[in-house]
Each structure stands twice: as C-alpha cells, then as structure tokens.
Design a protein around this ligand. Structure first.
Ligand SMILES: [Zn+2]
Length: 238
C-alpha cells in the first residue's frame, strides 16, 4: 500500500531480473520456526512504536530476496493512518544517492473502521510477510529511482489509474523477487476479509473500496505469475 510519494516509479523495478538465489531452499508456507532460522540481516531496520521482536524475523526473511537493495536505514513505524501500510523515502533522502537514503514503512494501528481486519497484527504470519514484502518492493523501486521521478509523484498521486498501475507493478515486482507465495496469502486473506457482504455500510468501507478497486493483484493473477516466472523453477520451494 502507498501513501504520499509512491506514484510514478512504475516501471523500473518490474523490469529487474532476479537470478541470484538459485541454490537456496525457500518455503511456500512459512512458520515461526522457519523465519527464526533466517540469518539476521536487518541491523539497519529500526522499529518505532511496537515490539520489534514480532516482526524482525519477517524482515530478515524478506531481505534475502532483495540482496542488491541499497539504503542507509529503514524505519518501520506504528502510526494512526487510514492506509494499513505505506512505504516512502524520507523527504531529504530523495536528494541523496541510493546508499544514503532512509525509508519509512508506516504501519497503521488505527481502529474503528473496516480496515481493522487487515491491519498488520490481525493478519496471518504468511500474509504479514506478504504485505511487508510488497512494502519492501516499493523501497526497492525507490532505491533505483532518480530525484526527478519523485517530483512527478505528487502529480500522479491524484490519478487512480496511475496508482492502480503502480501498485500492480509493485505486486509484480514482489513476485519476481520470489515472494509470490506470501503475497498470494495476503491477497487471499484481504479479499476474504473485505467481502462486500461482510462490510457494506461499515465506516470506512466505501472510501477504501473506491481507492483500492482493482489496485492490487487478484489471487488468480498472482498464481498465474508464479506459474510463469522462471524464478519459481530456478529456486527450490518446499
Ligand atoms: Zn503499495
């Protein structure tokens, strides 16, 4: 999910091939013990406003799939926001080189709307990894972007069509990186929890539905890409 700065970097990341993880074994279905076995590579990821113990293993697992990601610091921060998750560079970072940039992943803890059901802490473990992978793909995308791309973000943010294309390409990048299975879990869970018959008339539903319609990949589309992308044959998934 995105908020402010992430509109116009649509194409770059999606075109980056990923053939760097052929020898390792990955998992279609993650568990706590699998995540705990992942080496710690998240020293430059900081947590603000909630317990990092819960999510650090998630991030360690996800970072394996972005070995070329350049950044100085990523802060994952709990906030009161209407969007369940959002990722963006800090303002001054857009003027800096990729390895000097800082990023924020904002995680909503807001209550009282239908979005409650898809807040990070309400999701299954696999879906948590899935949506955090999506946010990491935004950062991966930003990390390869020039300052002029950020300038266009503000203009494109108002365009629903552009935003839909941007989020779709971010999902595609996530699958290309090898994180299709957790993304599939997230897609299914969100679709299930946000069924119209469950939430129609509940505060927050209409605005969320309008803003997110066809924005994220449907489960069948994700499965299609998993079947098609060579990385899922090159890498070993149990
Ligand atoms: Zn997004």
């Amino acid at each position: 999910m995105v908020k402010l700065f992430n509109t116009c970097l649509i194409i770059i990341g999606c075109l980056i091939p990923c053939f760097h993880k052929a020898q390792k074994v990955y998992h279609k279905r993650l568990t706590d013990s699998i995540l705990k076995q992942t080496p710690d590579s998240s020293q430059r990821v900081h947590f603000v406003g909630f317990d990092s113990v819960v999510y650090r293993n998630h991030i360690n697992y996800i970072l394996q799939f972005y070995p070329t990601l350049k950044y100085r610091k990523i802060t994952i921060k709990a906030v009161n926001a209407s969007s369940p998750l959002a990722a963006r560079p800090t303002f001054w970072s857009i003027f800096k080189r990729a390895e000097k940039r800082d990023y924020l992943i904002l995680v909503s803890k807001k209550t009282e709307t239908m979005i409650d059901s898809i807040l990070l802490h309400k999701l299954s473990l696999n879906s948590q990894v899935g949506v955090l992978s999506h946010e990491m793909s935004h950062i991966y995308d930003f990390s390869t972007s020039h300052i002029f791309h950020f300038v266009f973000l503000v203009f494109n943010h108002a365009s629903r069509k552009k935003m839909n294309a941007f989020e779709y390409s971010t999902d595609k990048l996530t699958i290309e990186q090898g994180l299709g299975y957790p993304l599939l879990s997230w897609s299914k869970e969100v679709l299930d929890k946000l069924k119209i018959e469950n939430w129609k008339g509940v505060k927050g539903y209409e605005s969320f539905k309008r803003s997110s319609e066809e924005r994220y990949m449907k489960p069948e589309t994700i499965q299609h890409f998993i079947n098609d992308f060579p990385i899922y044959q090159q890498m070993s998934y149990r």
